[in-house]
Design a protein around this ligand. Structure first.
Ligand SMILES: O=C([O-])CC(=O)C(=O)O
Ligand SMILES: [Mg+2]
Length: 644
């Protein structure tokens, strides 16, 4: 938040655009010194002022810096620091052809966007009133990364590592992202699943900084104002949850905030979306979690969940306010809503907003990519396989539908026909036509002709799947009997246990490999370490939507796409599947490692954008010639900027 002596938004109307000063004036009080932190014109183009948008790489920075004394409510034209972007926000009060946030001295060290800690150079220390505020040594960012990774490694408890990472994010954003990018395989399980699940469960007691926007029933009628309280204006991606189904952990209410925060840190680290363009939001309509309701440290509304019209009205106000504030092209990612709301929200807003449900669509796109890749190991086409799911919620039906769509496209059969090889089991057993009357709408397409079957193992024996997929949120639901059954039917059974975090995984990697006698092609939603079985080391893959959403989002943003179409998800799957190398296959992997994820994200972004152009959904014209290069050029890199 902008405080009196810390920073201001400065604007200059002489740059061919208008600027309304009132937003800035509202935020400035008290006399203070303003130092403009214009970055130097970095060769690699990675230096991006906060105003730059993903689709408009920085054009020019004409000056070094400016220093001005600003009195109460006086906005300086600030000298020659004309950094400008092309994108105009939709609303007048956010129209900032250029604006600069400024900080100096002690407050600069406290500003995570600009702080570089010991990496401030001698010159910067002089120029920005930092002398004496830091110990004398100057060290480069690489050394800071080395130091931080050692610091993180000293913690044995994952939650402590998580807290150390969050602390770093609050202190020095660029160092946080550099560390995360450089050690992505090691740190993904810390800032993301499984540790983020535990963090959400304990959010009340570990909560230090409010990391996103909280919109509760108390804010009804005022959501537009709440959005304006967020300090960043050029928002391009929002991840929003209502906390009702956090991973496979159930209703964590307001404490679900850890999820949008974690997902958005991956948008930046894996997909290169600028941190300042990312907005985590938690909608708090109460919780039905008794433990939280009785917990004095619970941070959310202490009431049972609002439903029906009250819920729909709050969500509608939110969706309208977002569009009004950030325009048509802001991407809203729905995350970890319960089934009953997730499908309805997606259906309701997919034709009016740029929305994407990660649990329905993102997971589907990742799994389809893994299956397409797996065909290289097991042979045949998708249409030759039989799929059995345990779990018929968002992920289960989302994946099933995308597989059916792909089969339908490949074989030219109607999607209804393609669905026939795909079977789902829910808590009541196999979904069959005799249950149709009592099924929720999203399960109905999967109610095929078959006699009722109660137990999963019986369903396996009768349906004879080649692919077994767990999306149930039920830890250890793939018993020895189940895995042995699917392994007796297939030489190489494909087993995906997708529920998160690790505690909810339908089986462990070790169980999958040992009960299938080392024949399973296995991947899980949360990571498992390599397993040794019969003298051989098996490296399990991670079938997690983190492979897709960062690149997918980047593709939408950089092309100015205004709606998500299923074909974009198929394009993303195709791009990811193409990244599995022979070396990966040789290890039995059906996903590439996360080490090169930024390059992969650029390729996913390019394929998604190309499809969006083809479908006429992309508004950024003309279409860039080389979309991969364009994607790479749009990506945020966390190297420090030089402040002159
Ligand atoms: O967050 C993850 O790891 C994957 C996901 O979306 C979920 O499990 O809900
Ligand atoms: Mg999710």
């Amino acid at each position: 938040m902008i405080s009196s002596n810390r920073c201001a938004f400065l604007s200059n109307s002489g740059l061919g655009g208008s600027c309304n000063f009132s937003a800035a004036q509202r935020r400035v009080s008290g006399p203070f010194r303003v130092v403009c932190m214009a970055p130097s014109n970095d060769k690699n183009g990675s230096v991006v002022m906060e105003i730059e948008t993903q689709s408009t790489p920085l054009k020019e920075i004409r000056s070094n810096s400016a220093v001005a004394d600003v009195n109460d409510n006086e906005i300086s034209s600030g000298g020659p620091q004309d950094v400008y972007g092309e994108d105009k926000a939709t609303e007048d009060h956010f129209v900032t052809p250029w604006s600069v946030s400024v900080a100096s001295g002690y407050t600069l060290l406290r500003d995570p966007h600009f702080n570089k800690g010991l990496a401030f150079t001698e010159k910067e220390r002089d120029a920005h009133y930092l002398r004496g505020l830091l110990p004398p040594t100057v060290i480069p960012q690489e050394t800071q990364v080395k130091k931080m990774i050692q610091h993180i490694r000293q913690y044995q408890v994952p939650l402590q590592k998580y807290m150390a990472m969050m602390d770093l994010q609050e202190r020095n954003e660029r160092l946080f992202y550099k560390l995360l990018i450089d050690h992505v395989e090691e740190l993904l399980p810390v800032v993301y699943t499984p540790t983020v699940g535990e963090a959400c469960q304990k959010y009340g007691s570990i909560f230090i900084h409010p990391q996103g926007l909280y919109i509760s029933l108390k804010e009804k009628g005022k959501i537009l104002e709440v959005l304006r309280n967020w300090p960043e204006k050029n928002i391009q991606v929002i991840v929003v949850t209502d906390g009702e189904r956090i991973l496979g952990l159930g209703d964590l209410g307001c404490q679900g905030m850890g999820i949008p925060v974690g997902k958005l840190s991956l948008y930046t680290a894996l997909g290169g979306v600028r941190p300042s363009a990312c907005l985590p939001i938690t909608i708090d309509v109460g919780t039905n979690n008794e433990k939280l309701l009785n917990d004095e440290l619970y941070i959310g509304l202490k009431q049972r969940r609002a439903t029906g019209q009250e819920y729909a009205e709050l969500m509608h106000e939110f969706m309208s306010a977002v569009k009004q504030t950030y325009g048509e092209k802001v991407l809203i990612q729905f995350e970890d809503f319960a089934n009953h709301n997730a499908f309805d929200l997606l259906e309701k807003y997919r034709s009016t907003h740029l929305v994407f449900n990660d649990d329905i669509q993102g997971t589907a796109s990742v799994v389809l990519a893994g299956l397409v890749a797996a065909l290289k190991l097991v042979g045949g086409n998708l249409a030759d396989h039989r799929f059995l799911f345990l779990g018929a919620g968002e992920a289960g039906t989302g994946i099933a539908e995308l597989i059916a769509l792909e089969i339908s496209k490949q074989t030219n059969v109607p999607v209804e026909e393609a669905r026939k090889n795909i079977w789902l089991v829910d808590s009541k057993g196999l979904i069959v036509s005799s249950r149709k009357g009592s099924l929720q709408h999203f399960k109905k397409p999967w109610a095929h002709e078959h006699e009722p079957v109660k137990k999963l193992v019986d369903a396996v024996n009768q349906i004879k799947p080649t692919v077994l997929i767990g999306t149930s949120g039920q830890g250890r639901a793939f018993t020895k009997e189940v895995i042995e059954a699917v392994s007796s039917i297939n030489e190489k059974p494909i087993i995906l246990s997708l529920s998160n975090p690790t505690s909810q995984s339908e089986c462990t990697a070790e169980e999958a490999y040992s009960w299938s006698q080392g024949r399973a092609i296995f991947a899980s939603g949360s990571p498992f370490p390599p397993v040794e079985y019969a003298g051989k080391v098996f490296v399990p893959g991670q079938a997690n939507n983190a492979y897709i959403f960062p690149g997918f989002g980047l593709g939408l943003i950089m092309s100015g796409t205004i709606r998500v179409h299923d074909d974009l998800l198929l394009a993303a799957s195709e791009a990811l599947a193409a990244e599995v190398s022979q070396e990966n296959f040789d290890k039995g992997l059906i996903f590439p490692p996360f080490t090169n994820i930024r390059k992969i994200s650029a390729k996913i972004a390019a394929k998604v954008a190309a499809k969006a152009y083809e479908l006429g959904l992309a508004t950024r014209l003309p279409q860039p010639k080389n979309l991969v290069e364009f994607a790479e050029s749009c990506m945020y890199t966390p190297a420090y900027r030089n402040y002159r």
